[in-house]
Ligand binder design. Structure first.
Ligand code: NAD
Length: 309
């Protein structure tokens, strides 16, 4: 299959590119290498073409027309909740107008399907856990709003323009190549501090939980979505809530270093808990996460260690 991966030089996108290549597909990466994102040329495997272009650029019409993708995996985004709150206009330009540009060009170049990186952020702070596809979406940030709007546009294009979709609502994705300057990447941030033998900051009491899902597992969900999950949205997580304190203890075990901890107050808007029930993805995409958290953190830590040398 011929597949365009937007955001394919980024953290999650580059793992998806690897999974598609390993399965024998032809891949083209479109990425603007945005200064606040995790996009790096070195994330893209040798031999894979990277078109350095913004998804809002009209010139992607030519890129799509020339490559003629069967499927487009759309992972390029303004992915910061904080930036979206400060600059909602920019957030919407990239996450909505950029998506529309990709959808239009997908239709015009004859693509069959778009796989969309949606987010647990579309749920806001739900009343009940675990989050499932039936949980009401009440986004509390412009980022969550634009991701939710993206899903609605996908439905429109499927109903009216014959472009199929699968949307994947990720929990907290972690693993090698995660950008340590990202706001939600506690495993990447802590790893960097442990490797530099520096202390870490833990907000609140550290017992707040998130559902951490390994990047290569997320990439397998994107592989499954090439053939399955027509017109559907799926929650992608492990179902296991993990606290910040548990991540800290895991890194102490892996590194043999008890990093000094500075405690800080709760950050405004920080949720107490998150947990994603991915049973629908298990049933319909035949997808289950297989990487245990400690194994995933070990692999990520080893990667960050190599990069620090
Ligand atoms: N990391 C997570 O836990 C998480 C959770 C839910 C959803 N997502 C979504 O998954 C996708 C990938 O996120 P990530 O964590 O790998 O971040 P990332 O920053 O590593 O990847 C995003 C990529 O998009 C590129 N990009 C940004 N703006 C662009 C533009 N205007 N035109 C072209 N390329 C552009 C960046 O250069 C980067 O390579 C995003 O859509 C994000 O919203 C991520």
């Amino acid at each position: 299959m011929r597949i365009i991966v937007t955001g394919g030089a980024g953290f999650i996108g580059s793992h998806i590119v690897d999974a598609y290549l390993d399965a024998g597909h032809d891949v083209l990466v479109v990425d603007s290498l945005w200064e606040h994102g995790g996009g790096r040329r070195i994330n893209v495997r040798n031999g894979v073409s990277l078109v350095h272009m913004d998804v809002r650029d009209e010139a992607i019409a030519r890129v799509f027309a020339d490559f003629k993708p069967d499927v487009v995996s759309h992972h390029a985004a303004q992915h910061s909740v904080a930036i979206s709150a400060r600059e909602p206009l920019y957030d919407a330009q990239v996450n909505v107008v950029g998506l529309l540009n990709v959808l239009e060009q997908s239709v015009r170049s004859g693509a069959r399907k778009v796989i969309f990186a949606s987010s647990g952020a579309t749920y806001g702070t739900p009343e009940r856990l675990p989050i499932t596809e039936a949980t009401p979406q009440n986004p509390t940030s412009p980022y969550g709003i634009t991701k939710m709007a993206g899903e609605q546009y996908l439905r429109f294009y499927r109903a009216n323009r014959d472009l199929d979709f699968t949307a994947l609502r990720y929990g907290n994705v972690y693993g090698p190549r995660q950008d340590a300057s990202g706001e939600a990447g506690v495993i990447a941030i802590f790893s960097g501090r442990f490797i530099a033998r520096q202390g870490v900051r833990i907000d609140w009491d550290g017992e707040q939980t998130r559902d951490y899902v390994y990047a290569a597992d997320v990439a397998r969900a994107n592989l499954a979505a090439l053939e399955l999950g027509s017109g559907q949205c799926y929650v992608i997580g492990t179902g296991i809530p993990t606290s910040v304190n548990e991540i800290y203890r895991t890194l102490v075990r892996i590194s043999g270093f008890a990093a000094p901890v500075e405690h800080a107050p709760r950050r405004p808007g920080d949720a107490r808990a998150a947990q994603f029930d991915a049973s629908r993805a298990a049933r319909e995409l035949q997808w289950t996460p297989t990487t245990a958290l400690e194994d995933g953190i070990r692999a990520a830590y080893a990667y960050f260690q190599r990069m620090a040398r």
